[in-house]
Design a binder for this molecule. Structure first.
Ligand SMILES: *[C@@H]1O[C@H](CO)[C@@H](O)[C@H](O)[C@H]1NC(C)=O
Ligand SMILES: *[C@@H]1O[C@H](CO)[C@@H](O)[C@H](O)[C@H]1NC(C)=O
Length: 436
């Protein structure tokens, strides 16, 4: 039992036990999971004698009573409708955990990581031998950050978290509190004020790249995420997908359409917002063309080293700083420059769309509908924000058949079942996957 173990371990048993009870009560209140006390008892009994079968049972996410996620994942329309209805009922609304909650939860890191079921050991030798680096650029919704981190967390990987300098102090504090519980998760050494569509979004990733190269984790690939992303593959599947890339990068890179070229005609000025000036920009300082793509990438360690050290890339970065949405040009362009590790030639044959790259799956407004009649993907079952679908539970079935490693966007205030069911599915898969 907890009681006897605590007595043996700590002389301040009363204080600790009080703290423990308090934390358990808080977590139970917020996450409304009934099995946590039982889980913790089991965990305590397990500490001395590690039993894989028991460990895997404990790490499983509990199924919901009200909605059957395995039906949702299979695309059962009836169940999707039930989820929508259940969610639209005000009395079923769950308030996401807030900053104060996380300050409390993380007072006892071991307890926190156990109750929230963070994976504490590499699940296979293959994963252990293939560490991955993550750059996470976030600014709001603390619970969503924690759920994303939990979904991608593995002890052998390394995570750099860039919090918007403009975010409220309470948010930053909560992020620091969560991060402090993990040896392999750290805050970027330099924080930027991230103005949407400006250079500072790009700078945040560059800051993390520098920090990640300094770490002594021998990571092989770098993936970047924002606060509304979730993986749609397990860590083991991600490792295998990266191995298949065989040293290549994977990211969207296409010839720019006319309406995007205007992004680098004029110089843009950024303070609290971004504004176009009347100063015309010169041509890019590289001999290969400029391409457009996405802010999201899957790149090798060699690519990252090259980006930070190569003089031509440095010149390109200097040139691109005062353009509009530079992150959508920079990676797409570097990945088509001759001599860049893992890149592709700039010939037309190497055009890569977001659907064919593996970095990020998103549904753009206006492209959804009947695939058989020419649509790019099935319609969004959630809502659109900034022209991108915030996925609903009805989007999961199709999403999980795609080859992408991550999908965007998710928001618990729009559809929490989409997130819960994805979490449950991935965890179940991660624990039940056999090593190849
Ligand atoms: C581990 O636990 C399971 C379930 O409690 C049990 O069936 C199994 O025999 C245990 N294995 C070992 C090696 O103790
Ligand atoms: C959920 O639905 C599946 C069928 O898709 C069924 O096998 C399973 O028992 C259901 N789970 C629960 C908890 O009702």
């Amino acid at each position: 039992m907890i009681w006897s173990q605590l007595c043996r371990r700590w002389p301040l048993q009363f204080l600790y036990f009080g703290l423990l009870l308090f934390s358990v009560a808080m977590l139970k209140y917020v996450f409304q999971r009934s099995d946590q006390v039982e889980l913790q008892n089991k965990e305590n009994n397990l500490r001395s004698s590690y039993n894989k079968t028991q460990f895997f049972t404990i790490m499983q996410f509990p199924s919901r009573d009200e909605i059957n996620c395995s039906k949702i994942i299979k695309g059962d329309q009836q169940e999707v409708k039930r989820a929508l209805l259940h969610q639209s009922n005000a009395k079923n609304k769950r308030l996401p955990a807030n900053e104060m909650d996380y300050l409390k939860f993380t007072k006892d890191c071991n307890l926190y990581k156990k109750i929230r079921r963070f994976i504490s050991i590499p699940l296979s030798k293959e994963e252990e031998n293939f560490p991955i680096a993550y750059s996470m650029v976030i600014h709001e919704q603390i619970e969503m950050f924690e759920r994303l981190l939990r979904a991608i967390y593995n002890p052998q990987n390394i995570y750099c978290v860039h919090v918007d300098e403009k975010s409220p102090e309470s948010y930053k504090e909560a992020v620091r509190a969560i991060i402090s519980c993990f040896e392999n998760v750290f805050l970027a050494s330099k924080l930027e004020k991230v103005v949407y569509t400006s250079w500072f979004r790009l700078k945040a990733d560059l800051n993390c790249m520098e920090d990640l190269l300094k770490s002594n984790v021998p990571w092989r690939y770098l993936l970047n995420t924002c606060g509304t992303d979730l993986p749609i593959k397990t860590n083991a599947e991600i490792v295998r997908a990266l191995k298949v890339l065989n040293g290549k990068n994977s990211l969207e890179s296409k010839k720019p359409p006319k309406h995007k070229k205007v992004r680098w005609w004029f110089s843009y000025k950024t303070d609290t917002t971004i504004r176009r000036t009347f100063i015309m920009k010169g041509p890019p300082p590289i001999s290969s063309p400029v391409f457009t793509g996405s802010a999201y990438f899957v790149v090798t360690r060699e690519f990252v080293t090259y980006v930070l050290e190569n003089p031509d890339v440095q010149k390109l970065i200097e040139w691109i700083k005062d353009t509009l949405i530079p992150e959508e040009q920079l990676w797409a362009t570097i990945n088509r420059m001759p001599g860049v590790p893992g890149s592709s030639p700039y010939h037309d044959k190497y055009e890569l769309s977001d659907m064919n790259a593996i970095a990020r799956l998103m549904k753009w407004d206006g492209l959804g509908g009947n695939i058989d009649k020419g649509a790019a993907y099935p319609s969004c079952t959630g809502i659109f924000r900034r022209s991108i679908c915030i996925n609903g539970a009805g989007d999961l079935h199709w999403m999980l058949q795609q080859h992408h490693l991550f999908a965007n966007k998710f928001d618990p205030t729009v559809d929490d079942y989409a997130i819960q069911c994805l979490e449950e599915y991935l965890r179940h898969k991660a624990l039940n996957e056999k090593e190849p």
